[in-house]
Ligand binder design. Structure first.
Ligand code: 9WN
Length: 448
């Protein structure tokens, strides 16, 4: 089983390479996506490390002067009509040596320091020469990764609590999650926008899987508002209808600082700054995003100060953080094992994106039920960080089995395991390689 899966994963990645970057999916997502590039690099490290570094570099070459790393870098060779909202809709001005309309102005979870560290670790295991070459890549990336963190912890701390806010559900990477429903209900939905602009996703994917028109109209309205304010962050609290602190986004932000501790040591920078920043963000997550009453992590609406009522997979992601208080780590494990998520021990499947017992649980609509490999990969990593080795191994096996049996799909039916969304999806393939190859514990795990 492993040899087949390895071969098919490597061939998906070969097929999705586009001159200097990887596309998540040829048909549905024909540009470069930010957090996809990170998950992809982790897997490419096994089969084509040169491309792993190239993909990360292509992304960071598009970094904005303020440090933000755009959520999509547009491929000038892809036609405007092949993805919506495309370059003209975002209308990003030229910056640095980049032409106008080269990217979006949103971000995605900062997975890249973790990815860079994993690609380096893999190279370093091949001896001193490979370690040296990979070290040169880290030297180029390090200041850029730091600038990305500083943008997110600085300008994006719109709530003043030491957490980064997302200004659009697309920034979470968990786009259509019920986690945003409460905050999104206050965002105006101008359905007229859908007469003016045609949704491309409905031409290439099943409407039952995709966001509703009302949600889509809100998504577009939020982009227009941010765009018309010049993608400026100052004063957003008074002029933007969606500002949310997400436990998954912020857990990745803190885990990135932990990866930077190791990267800093390789490139000769001060690791302690990153250690302190990781602790501060962890503390803020633990204090502000934890609901004592239900013992779960939730997203917080910065505008109203309320926690979302929805129990989503994003609430399991703080397990990535070694400094999380023990009772909160235990609470996450209890939630993951409960019928709401049902670790593989009970279902044989990785965890779904949303509470299986919630009335709105939807087996098809993306981020509202289906299983995704990237968040399960993160959950497994969190289990290893906290020493839950047996559960981590069960989850690894369940992911490998699922992708082997169903294919490298974008996501999977949470009851049958059938593959849905885009086939030949890059991060599913890439993370399968990592799951097959590497059972090791992240360098910053707690001592068992
Ligand atoms: C919008 C590319 C991206 C992923 C996201 C996923 C989906 C885009 C979309 O695809 O989002 O960015 O068009 O729905 O939700 O996590 O990065 O794979």
């Amino acid at each position: 089983m492993s040899a087949d899966l390895w071969k098919s994963a490597a061939s998906v990645l070969d097929g999705n390479w586009a001159h200097d970057h990887m596309v998540p999916s040829r048909r549905l997502y024909p540009h470069q996506w930010s957090w996809d590039a990170a998950f992809i690099a982790i897997g490419l490290a096994y089969v084509n490390p040169t491309r792993a570094w190239r993909d990360l570099r292509s992304l960071f070459e598009a970094q904005w002067p303020d440090g933000r790393v755009p959520h999509i870098v547009f491929d000038p060779l892809t036609a405007e009509g092949d993805y919506f909202p495309g370059p003209a809709f975002w209308d990003v001005p030229a910056y640095g040596n980049r032409p106008a309309r080269g990217s979006t102005g949103l971000v995605q979870p900062p997975m890249h320091a973790i990815a860079a560290w994993e690609v380096y670790r893999r190279a370093a295991s091949h001896g001193a020469r490979c370690a040296h070459e990979a070290g040169e890549q880290l030297k180029w990336l390090y200041p850029r990764l730091v600038a990305q963190q500083e943008y997110l912890t600085g300008r994006r701390d719109t709530g003043g609590r030491g957490l980064a806010s997302i200004v659009h559900p697309w920034e979470s990477g968990l786009d259509n999650s019920p986690s945003w429903d409460a905050a999104m209900s206050g965002v105006p939905a101008d359905l007229g926008l859908l007469d003016r602009y045609r949704r491309r996703d409905l031409q290439v994917a099943d409407a039952a899987h995709r966001p509703t028109d009302v949600d889509y109209a809100r998504y577009l309205g939020l982009v227009i508002n941010y765009r018309d304010g010049g993608y400026e962050d100052a004063g957003l609290a008074h002029r933007h209808a969606f500002l949310v602190e997400c436990p998954s986004f912020n857990a990745i932000l803190a885990a990135a600082e932990l990866a930077l501790v190791h990267i800093a040591a390789v490139v000769g920078a001060d690791p302690m700054i990153h250690r302190r920043r990781a602790r501060r963000i962890t503390e803020a997550i633990s204090t502000h995003l934890y609901d004592e009453r239900t013992a779960t992590f939730r997203s917080r609406d910065v505008r109203t100060g309320t926690l979302s009522p929805a129990r989503c997979v994003s609430g399991l992601m703080p397990l990535l953080l070694p400094d999380l208080p023990r009772e909160q780590a235990e609470a996450i494990m209890a939630e993951a094992a409960s019928p709401r998520f049902g670790l593989p021990g009970t279902t044989g499947l990785p965890v779904p994106s949303y509470d299986r017992t919630a009335p709105g649980f939807d087996t098809l609509r993306y981020w509202r039920g289906p299983i995704w490999i990237n968040v399960n990969w993160l959950l497994r990593r969190g289990m290893l960080v906290h020493g839950y080795r047996g559960e981590a191994e069960d989850l690894r096996e369940a992911m490998v089995r699922l992708v082997h049996d169903s294919g490298h799909y974008e996501y999977f039916h949470p009851e049958t395991g059938a593959g849905i969304g885009a086939p030949m999806f890059s991060w599913t393939a890439a993370l399968s390689l990592d799951l097959l190859a590497d059972r090791s514990v992240p360098a910053y795990a707690k001592a068992a």
